[in-house]
Design a protein around this ligand. Sequence first.
Ligand code: SF4
Length: 243
Amino acid sequence: MSNQALQELIAKTQATLERIAAEYAPAALASSLAAEDMVLTDLILRGKLQDRISIFTLETGRLHKETVGMIDRIRATYDYEVAPYRPQPEAVEAYVQKNGANAFYDSVELRKECCHIRKMEPLNRALQGKASWVTGQRRAQSVTRAELHVQERDEAHGMEKFNPLADWSEQDVWDYIRANDVPYNPLHDQGYPSIGCEPCTRAIQPGEDIRAGRWWWENPDSKECGLHVVDGKLVRIKSHAAS
Ligand code: SF4
């Protein structure tokens, strides 16, 4: 993409964020602290939109230390405190007691249960009282995001959901980060284009799908979908799991 085209993409994204701040506040960016969310963090904080678009992260208790360290780097760079939302300790304890600490490897259902406890319940809490939420998801990231729109209705949370980077390529993200000296998770330089919880994320080889390192033991199109058994057959259904 030419520099002019990137500038136009940035201007369009800034306009989206300003529209969210003007028409859909209070809003919140659910930041995974990965590259895409750092682009949005930079745009929100440089645009002084943080009073209307706050930033939180789901501190699952299983993140890499490099990822948790991004909270300190954001504070040091922007003088902004990202709000960490943590799982309910008693729910984590009950899951571990019943299934084991790493039971998410055993089945899609146990993986989704862990994600529910460590991500979805805290996400629901973080979104309480909000009029909309914002993610760093991009259409090109995976087969499960191929139909992603900049603005969608999130019926589950009863609010608008915005994906301002839906049209961005991975190259656009990195061109923005380098041009604007945006801090980023050092794991991105170690083969991790997509970063989630430590036990569920691994480095990928050159040429592999960028989300291949997430829940790598699962089928690619089950990574954000529920698998249910109906009449003895596996049936895929769509869900709206956070990244
Ligand atoms: S990504 Fe893995 S460790 Fe993190 S909440 Fe989901 S199953 Fe649990």
